[in-house]
Design a protein around this ligand. Sequence first.
Ligand code: MG
Ligand code: CA
Length: 543
Amino acid sequence: MSLRWFRNNTNTLQDVSVVTEELKNLYYKRLLPIEKHYSFHHFHSPSYEDADFDNKPMVLVIGQYSTGKTTFIRYLIEQDFPGSRVGPEPTTDCFSALMYGDVEGIIPGNALTVDPKKPFRNLDPFGNTFLNRFQCVQMSNQVLESISMIDTPGILTAARKKLSRGYDFPAVLRWFAERVDRIILLFDAHKLEFSDELTRAFGALCGYEDKLRVVLNKADRVDSQQLMRVYGALMWSLGKVFRTPEILRVYIGSFWSEPRQACDHYQLIELEEEDLLNDIRNLPRNAAVRKLNDLVKRARLVRAHAHIISYLKQEMPTIFCKASKKHNLIYQLPVIFTKIQQQHRVPAGDFPDCTKMQERLLGQDFSKFKALKPSLMASLDKLLSSDIAKLMPLLQPQEQRKKSVPAVLDGEFLGTFRREHYKRDPFKEFRQDDDSNEDLNEWSVEKYKPKYDEIFYNLRPNEGKLSGTKVRKWMMTTLLPNSVLAQVWRLSDVDGDGMLDNEEFALAVHLIEGKLEGHWLPRELPSHLVPPSKRPVASSDED
Ligand code: MG
Ligand code: CA
């Protein structure tokens, strides 16, 4: 499993999927039978479907033209995607949902609205013009295994406002804003502008400020003084639109995987990058916590509902005066609620709104109600008292649990400038790498190695190895984003001892050169790149 910004999260992600799967099982096994028995869906919400559990957290990326939306997504998922042509002119005029799928391909909008496994079923009221501009790109990408991303058409600037889209753009934005877990709003620090359509788009986001993260992108293209001015102007403009501008978090960054420009606020950009990545990284866990909470809330409501229905059933006469008794019971509902709370010790907060319940009861045939079924109720109590409690520890934040092994490296590269030193493993011996054990498979870094060795020895290795701190200092001169360098580090410290020997270092430089030439970094180290001394010995015994 390799993913630069989920790399330390593999455990969390596995836990999240375990929890989601278990919640689904518990719902079908314990809750759904009671919901059906007491006609829960006639009174409250429809029953959950697979999609309610399986859907991944969604991140909506919006902004004006050429603020770097598509580039931001490519940076997060570490690859190009169909329709990701990038340029200064309007390039993405489509809503593209990027989702995980074993089969790669593009599903057009009209087909998406009828797919029960996708969360887009009620988008059809926005009409054909919109649906022709909506697509889902399925890719087997590791980031998309945990989150889905939605790329959007650039919001029009003043000069282009004559162009009509043929559909209600703000309404579509609002539809997405309501359903996604995170909204990333990008601005270009280099040319900040506010158009009418942007202001209207803001209107669509009102009420969802808690999901909103504002990014002042391309911040490396301006000097610190300009940045201050742009930041101030941005906050002032946002303050006019959102009533609670103080809760908006604005990240200053340069979100792409190419070298940045050197600037005074370079370190700030890196800290901000890590903050934002952390925020996105936590989405799967937060979404799982939310699902768990929703299920608990629902289970409590179901319990209260079962008691209400069975109480009414028990009070109904078998033959005479059914109608008048029914109205009597509805009238007395507030009293009945209190009775049930006392008799069965159900908290008042679990009960539905009394007036609404009275309205809904009017249309019901009380004689069809079911009596209390102890086995079902026992099953529900077990769900609330022990089943769900067992899942909680899996969703604890990472820090509170035992650290996974390679955590030191994260501290070294990503985010923390606080931790300059990490513990060296005293039990790991220095290994002599003198290429004595001949390997038949050629190492593709070999031919460039003399050049890389020069840098290696100039950095003054200690006992044949360079510390993370030294390597990091050198790597940062490339001006590549920290997240990219962290990935390089992770790929090249093959034995994971927190240091690079000459081969590992050569590999690191080789990867960086490739990156600077415009290649994507590999997700896993391909075998031809694995240094000879780090190759498994058992497989090839050919002396
Ligand atoms: Mg675009
Ligand atoms: Ca190493």
